[in-house]
Write a protein that binds this ligand. Structure first.
Ligand code: DGL
Length: 269
């Protein structure tokens, strides 16, 4: 039986990575977990996000995945190494791929990063960007009001525009030429973010680059699925499954097979 790629997030955000994996690697089967009952992760303490991430990994591991993708910047920032130390399969995060893409895109070396409070507090993007190019100037900004809008499917309203415009004001005053969408939920708002930031600022989402990294790792291990029937992906969510289904089907452009999950007493791996 084909082993899937397991992808997880606090909610619908990781679907931005799923879409890119489906595009670049159409034969790979995906199992996805959105922890919509406990979203947002951004304001939660690092220890709690790590505990939730372990619990989701423990859930997904029953499906014998060949790889785990933490498609959540907040969880990548605090739990990537922890999860890597607990499982014997490759574990990919979204911060290195996003930082690499921004580093190759910027011409001025002035890079903005928007993300959750947890991601911004961790300083993870600054660290990777400075490591890639020590002279890069990084301006980070937490946008805590974005994720709840996305989880409600509220992508293009006047309210959303106003929230995005007022939240991004501090970054508009910086001369950045590249802006990292350092939260996997944000590509759902990319049209609005682009219209607020203007055409001189390139938006970077980690999704493409993460999908490329997945492909490289599977290729190097000779684990890519190249032929056979198109897979049926499986989705799990812990909260409102109607909203999850609506957002996922709209974003992915296809019907999904969704299993609602009711968390039992949280177990720690
Ligand atoms: N999509 C997630 C991220 O990339 C988490 C957002 C949240 O739950 O606060 O950080």
């Amino acid at each position: 039986m084909q082993q899937p790629i397991a992808i997880l997030d606090s909610g619908v955000g990781g679907l931005t990575v799923v879409k890119e994996v489906m595009r670049q690697l159409p034969r790979e089967k995906i199992i996805y977990f959105g922890d919509t009952a406990r979203t947002p992760y951004g304001p939660r303490p690092a220890e709690e996000v790590t505990r939730f991430t372990r619990q989701i990994v423990e859930y997904l591991i029953q499906y014998r995945p060949k790889m785990i993708v933490i498609a959540c910047n907040t969880a990548t920032a605090v739990a990537l190494e922890d999860i890597r130390s607990r499982v014997a399969i490759p574990v990919v995060g979204v911060i290195h791929p996003g930082a690499r893409a921004a580093n190759s895109r910027t011409q001025t070396g002035f890079v903005g990063v928007i993300g959750t409070e947890g991601t911004v507090r961790s300083g993870a993007y600054e660290q990777v960007l400075k490591h890639l190019s020590p002279s890069t100037q990084v301006y980070s900004l937490a946008c805590p009001r974005f994720v709840p809008l996305v989880e409600q499917g509220n992508f293009r309203s006047k309210e959303t525009y106003d929230v995005v415009e007022s939240s991004l004001q501090p970054l508009k005053e910086r001369a950045i030429d590249t802006l990292i969408l350092g939260c996997t939920h944000y590509p759902f708002l990319s049209e609005t973010i682009a219209s607020v930031m203007g055409k001189d600022v390139a938006l970077i989402s980690s999704a493409d680059e993460t999908a490329r990294e997945i492909s490289t790792i599977l290729h190097d291990r000779n684990r890519l699925t190249r032929d056979g029937e198109l897979p049926v992906h499986q989705f799990f969510c812990s909260g409102d499954h109607r909203m999850f289904r609506m957002i996922a089907q709209d974003w992915l452009g296809e019907q999904i097979e969704l299993t609602p999950v009711v968390w039992q007493v949280p177990k720690i791996v």
